[in-house]
Design a protein. Structure first.
Length: 310
């Protein structure tokens, strides 16, 4: 199954637009919703003044400098020590299961890669250090990403040019994440939705106690659903063609029910520990849910993590 992605797809253009249209204070607030605000560990105490600027819609009132506001005749806010994580780890499942097809024809790896681009776009705007980690059953590849968003795109696309011919190893991916020592580093883990189940919760629970954690789940098409344009369907994990007699309405309903039960049970467990899950069946839907997640947070109200459901 071919999986080379068009390099200038519409969602990437929207991500680039997001990157250039957001001002840095907005970016900081947006990422704060996903990671929780905390000191970066850089020089300067929490009360050290970094910058004075005009008030913008969405700024917290506690940031207003009333003396400066009185002097200039308009609200002014003080940006103090940068509230960010200095390191972001983007961990991507590149097992052959990620070659599965989504309902609109995209492959799961394409949707997951675009989702990571959304995070990278905002993180790089804050000058965070971003590392990409690709994991399957044969290897773990860590790729430091230098430069801006365009360079990140090139690095990611080049890394995904190789075929997905090895099984996934989500345990190794989570184990690598657990070994990251910097507790201020934000972790973003992307895989397909079928891999997310309550059996992973002990490790995810451990990760959630040590790092700001966000999960991305890509929903692939139901392999038993009859599609008029498809004469045959191949199972991504095994590479075997699914027999036509299995592709029935009853079989489709059973798979849909199992998937819904599995992800809802998983989502409930994540809610208990405050971990974000963004899931979707296309890059466009993923982008829209990412934007909704950021815009849903009201300034001044701590929303460290939010669970997004389909």
């Amino acid at each position: 199954m071919s999986r080379r992605r068009p390099y200038r797809d519409p969602v990437r253009r929207r991500i680039e637009s997001l990157d250039t249209s957001l001002r840095l204070p907005t970016v900081r607030r947006a990422l704060g919703l996903l990671e929780g605000e905390h000191s970066s560990g850089r020089r300067g105490g929490g009360d050290e003044r970094a910058d004075l600027r005009a008030y913008e819609f969405g700024d917290e009132t506690r940031m207003i400098d009333w003396h400066a506001s009185a002097r200039v005749g308009r609200p002014m806010v003080v940006e103090r020590e940068r509230l960010v994580t200095s390191k972001v780890w983007l961990l991507l499942d590149v097992g052959r299961e990620m070659s599965g097809t989504c309902p609109d024809g995209e492959q799961a790896i394409q949707v997951a890669a675009n989702a990571l681009c959304m995070f990278a776009s905002l993180c790089l705007r804050r000058s965070d250090e971003v590392d990409l980690v690709l994991v399957d059953s044969s290897a773990i590849r860590r790729i430091p990403c230098q430069g801006g968003f365009a360079r990140f795109e090139q690095t990611l696309d080049r890394a995904l040019e190789s075929p997905l011919n090895q099984p996934r190893n989500l345990e190794a991916l989570l184990g690598y994440a657990a070994g990251i020592q910097d507790r201020q580093a934000m972790l973003v883990i992307a895989t397909d939705q079928s891999a997310l189940n309550v059996d992973l919760m002990p490790t995810i629970r451990q990760l959630a106690t040590t790092h700001p954690l966000n999960l991305i789940g890509v929903e692939t098409m139901n392999p038993l659903r009859q599609q008029p344009a498809m004469d045959s369907v191949t199972d991504a994990p095994s590479g075997r063609q699914i027999p036509a007699f299995l592709r029935t309405a009853n079989g489709t309903r059973a798979v849909d029910l199992h998937r819904r039960y599995q992800i809802e049970a998983f989502g409930r467990e994540l809610s208990r520990i405050g971990v974000s899950l963004i899931r979707a069946d296309s890059s466009t839907t993923m982008f829209n849910r990412f934007i909704h997640l950021l815009s849903a947070g009201r300034p001044g109200i701590p929303m460290r993590r939010t669970v997004m459901a389909a």
